[in-house]
Write a protein that binds this ligand. Structure first.
Ligand SMILES: [Zn+2]
Length: 444
């Protein structure tokens, strides 16, 4: 039975789906104005693991991940330039070009990381109707108000349990609100649902009952979730930095509209630092997924990340990554050499560790110390759960040809050719090991 930590209750709970053997899971996707960095990868990999483990446990998972292509209010400061517009200006492209370009790049990164595709990647810009209707509902039941500037805000004081997800009191929220928040709010902690279009021209503005404008960030998720997963669904996830304000505002507006619980389990992945430092553009230490994958395989990256529990901070260092590289080698080596083995004890303990709030450090410890206690079938299940890609060279004719050419070159002492073929095989995703018993080709 899966136990999962729920931010809403601050405790580990036994997971019970609303419908038997079916799970609805939503994870907040990126705002598409830049390439995904390794912090994004950590979040999406944490939920890929949860998705895969639920599937292993017999659940039919409907996984939805949105694309925020309306970039006006990405950080809730409600001031400053629109990130997509800014980037469009910088690169001399249109806002929709920017949205397309970085959406494609995001999806490509997910594929490169061997992350299971979501059932749907709804885009905010294609759900304006749902968003407008959602806001109308909130105005009708008195949780939202329209100002004389045609902005619409959610009134946090109307929601008695506002703050319940991030465990803050309303007074704490108000104290923490930026002093430069919009002047037409009734309360500085109120948050925008809709903003009237600014003077500057913008591609992404829409007509609404309140004139031209664009939606706030939080309302996008609430509206899309309701459309794809209903009023109450099972698991809502994202990175821990979204607990407040993003998820606090999502839960407030969704529950204000439906008067039902929004999600039963709120799951949050921990921070990622680079050599002990917060990743930031100003420090120039951002590691893009694409760049990380030039140095490490997706398997190595995953095994490194899963060495730390998903809720704990992960420090991206040469040493932490080296552990992923070593474990990948060890696992695939054992997989290549494994004998028939009927022992299920180690495998069961591996599963048990994951059932305990996805305790990957413990699970990987079992894999690492008891590597020879798994048989092929068990390894294949483990690879599927962890999302490790394992390829076989023997069913690929093009690679077989390279192998044959390398062997021939080696026997003819043509080491330059042999070396070139080896490099080509490596580039195709293999580690080439020449042992006294012959050459072994392991997936990277
Ligand atoms: Zn969201």
């Amino acid at each position: 039975m899966l136990q999962i930590y729920n931010t809403l209750t601050s405790s580990k709970e036994e997971f019970q789906s609303i419908q038997p053997k079916k799970v609805g899971m939503y994870v907040c996707g990126p705002t598409v104005y830049d390439y995904d960095h390794i912090g994004h990868a950590r979040t999406y990999l944490s939920f890929d693991l949860l998705n895969r483990f639920l599937r292993y446990s017999g659940y039919d998972v409907t996984y939805i991940q949105n694309i925020t292509d309306v970039g006006h209010l990405v950080n809730d400061a409600e001031v400053g330039a629109d990130k997509l517009q800014q980037k469009a200006h910088e690169l001399g492209k249109s806002v929709s070009d920017i949205a397309h370009m970085y959406t494609d790049s995001h999806l490509e990164d997910l594929r490169s990381l061997n992350i299971l595709s979501a059932a749907n990647f709804p885009k905010a810009s294609e759900h304006i109707q749902e968003i407008v209707e959602f806001i109308q509902g909130l105005i009708e039941n008195n949780y939202a108000y329209v100002t004389n500037q045609n902005n619409i805000y959610f009134s946090v004081t109307k929601k008695a349990d506002y703050g319940k997800l991030s465990h803050r009191t309303l007074a704490e929220v108000i104290t923490g609100t930026r002093v430069d928040s919009a002047k037409d709010k009734r309360n500085p902690a109120d948050f925008a649902l809709w903003k009237a279009s600014p003077v500057m021209s913008h591609e992404f503005v829409w007509d609404s009952p309140w004139g031209r404008g664009y939606p706030g960030w939080h309302i996008e998720c609430s509206a899309m979730i309701r459309k794809y997963l209903g009023d109450t669904f099972d698991i809502h996830g994202s990175a821990v930095e979204h607990v407040f304000p993003h998820h606090e505002n999502e839960i407030a507006q969704s529950e204000a509209l439906t008067n039902k619980p929004m999600a039963n389990y709120w799951v949050h992945a921990g921070m990622l630092t680079i050599n002990g430092q917060k990743m930031s553009k100003s420090v120039h230490n951002t590691v893009l997924v694409k760049d990380a994958l030039k140095e490490y395989s997706a398997n190595e990256l995953k095994l490194a990340l899963y060495g730390t529990h998903y809720r704990k901070p992960f420090d991206y260092t040469k040493e932490s990554l080296a552990q992923g590289v070593a474990l990948r080698h060890k696992l695939f080596m054992a997989y290549a050499n494994t004998q028939e083995n009927a022992n299920t004890d180690a495998f069961n303990r591996f599963i048990e560790a994951l059932n305990d709030d996805l305790d990957t450090p413990k699970a990987l410890q079992i894999l690492s110390t008891e590597t020879n206690d798994f048989n092929k079938e068990q390894f294949e299940q483990i690879f599927e759960i962890l999302g490790l890609k394992h390829m076989s060279i023997s069913n690929n004719p093009a690679l077989q040809e390279l192998v044959a050419q390398r062997e021939q070159a080696r026997s003819g002492a043509d080491y330059l050719t042999a070396d070139n073929r080896k490099k080509e095989i490596e580039q195709a995703g293999f580690e080439v090991l020449d042992t006294p018993e012959g050459t072994v080709y392991l997936s990277r």
